[in-house]
Design a protein around this ligand. Structure first.
Ligand code: ZN
Ligand code: ZN
Length: 136
């Protein structure tokens, strides 16, 4: 797909790629408005949707949470922190579902899947430990 790159779109894309994170439109808006004070949240959001539809970035729809945009458009799984809601890529060998095994399930023709792994990230675990120590 041929995508016209406006200046705004280019900056939004660049900041997401450089963040190497999975950001919500709000988080990205906070970053790009430092560079383009007149940009609106709606514009950031619209550009992110366009970029993800063009396959340039990924989009994560996590149950019951705000959409996040992924600097990496390739298929991969994610792990979520239940405490701070950060999202990390999951690169554990064999952790994901093998797509080849999923061509058909119960007569369905499978077009995609979503794996949600939830845990507590190292930062939040460390915070919990500190809390425990404070109580002693
Ligand atoms: Zn966390
Ligand atoms: Zn990712």
């Amino acid at each position: 797909m041929q995508l016209r790159m406006t200046n705004q779109r280019e900056i939004i894309l660049r900041e997401l790629l450089e963040s190497k994170q999975h950001l919500t439109a709000d988080q990205l808006y906070d970053i790009v408005k430092q560079l383009m004070p007149r940009i609106s949240l709606a514009t950031v959001y619209r550009n992110l949707e366009i970029l993800s539809e063009a396959g340039i970035i990924g989009k994560l729809e996590i149950s019951g949470r705000q959409k996040r945009f992924d600097y990496d458009p390739n298929d991969h799984d994610h792990i979520y922190c239940a405490v701070c809601h950060r999202v990390d890529n999951l690169n554990v060998e064999g952790a994901g579902v093998q797509k080849e095994n999923l061509r058909s399930v119960k007569g369905y023709s499978v077009t995609g899947y979503r794996l949600e792994i939830i845990g507590i990230c190292p930062k939040c675990q460390a915070k919990e430990k500190n809390k425990e120590n404070d109580n002693e």
